[in-house]
Design a protein around this ligand. Structure first.
Ligand code: ASP
Ligand code: MG
Length: 320
């Protein structure tokens, strides 16, 4: 039997009509070999950023349900456009939104987790020999409200679909052709890595390498699906992330920018109400911690990534 191939294309790979044509060519080449093809797309270019900014311009208190209703539109546009193009080229294809593709999530808007995927619609369309194009980054919760999976979440959609369809592997196409021994934009001799274990990739992601959405690698590991990152625009070999472990081989060096926030005042260590308020704030904001230390005169918080000044402003408001 033919195999199911899951191919995900990132936002810069589908940024305009010309790029959509290149993507369509890649897809049809694989389809013509007799594979059943499922495509997952991001929104075009900077669409998601643009939508977020527009919402913020309208309100300083955007309801999280409505934000997801808005953000999910980006992927609906890219998938519909690709399907229009493929059909025009003579290839039967259909675009499916998260809910049409049966992607059920919890109701954690802007950071929802996929709970399960009902693959019946996808399989029906594949059985009719269609190329199935699914919106990345979105699903539906049990109240039938639209959710999104967190920035960069289309990678996670792709691997979850690959797992649900028992695909042999999951291709992640983008404007970089793989994972490098260091950031190639900053270190000129950085070399592409051929193989990474899931664990190594998770370490890289948590140290700030923006290659794959973190949950994507977790799901890949759980269901033992190799993730292959490749460039949309050339035929170079990419990086394979799988359970292959290469002992004693150093893979990468990485620098990470973090935010450290300190709150100072004598006897702060005994101000339990303040400490509790700060902890609640961090939880409410979903900020990830690297370290939290309290001394006689200082609470020192190190966040996993750079946090917005807005957070510091709110913390200041809370304390003073
Ligand atoms: N469009 C979403 C974002 O920009 C999801 C994705 O691209 O994976 O974060
Ligand atoms: Mg991405």
């Amino acid at each position: 039997m033919d195999t199911i191939m899951v191919l995900k294309f990132g936002g810069s790979s589908v940024a305009d009509n010309r790029k959509l044509e290149l993507v369509a060519k890649r897809i049809t080449k694989i389809y013509d070999k007799g594979n059943r093809v499922v495509v997952v797309l991001s929104a075009q270019g900077k669409t998601t950023d643009k939508l977020i900014n527009e919402a913020k311009e309208l309100s300083n208190n955007v309801p999280s349900r409505e934000l997801d209703a808005l953000l999910s539109c980006g992927e609906q546009m890219s998938t519909a456009k690709l399907s229009i193009l493929l059909n025009y080229m003579g290839y039967p294809s259909i675009s499916l939104t998260g809910w049409q593709a049966g992607i059920l999530t919890n109701n954690n808007n802007q950071n929802a987790n996929i709970i399960k995927i009902n693959t019946s619609r996808i399989l029906k369309e594949l059985n009719e020999n269609k190329i199935v194009i699914i919106t990345g980054f979105q699903g539906i919760d049990e109240n039938l409200d639209i959710t999104t999976l967190g920035r960069g979440g289309s990678d996670t959609t792709a691997i979850a679909i690959a797992a649900a369809l028992h695909a042999k592997n999951c291709y992640i196409f983008s404007d970089v052709d793989g994972v490098y021994t260091a950031d190639p934009n900053k270190i000129e001799n950085a070399k592409k890595i051929e193989n990474l274990s899931y664990e190594e990739m998770m370490q890289l992601s948590s140290e700030g390498a923006k290659v794959l959405h973190n949950r994507c690698v977790e799901i890949g590991e759980k269901f033992k699906i190799p993730i292959i990152t490749k460039s949309t625009f050339n035929e170079e070999k990419g990086t394979v992330i799988s359970d292959k472990i290469e002992e004693n081989k150093v893979k990468s060096i990485i620098k990470k920018e973090v935010s450290r926030v300190s709150i100072i005042g004598n006897g702060i260590i005994r101000n339990f109400d303040l400490i509790k308020e700060i902890i609640d704030f961090i939880k409410k904001k979903n900020l990830e911690l690297l370290n939290f230390e309290i001394s006689e005169t200082k609470i020192s918080i190190v966040f996993k990534s750079i946090i917005d000044d807005e957070n510091v402003r709110e913390l200041h408001e809370l304390i003073f």
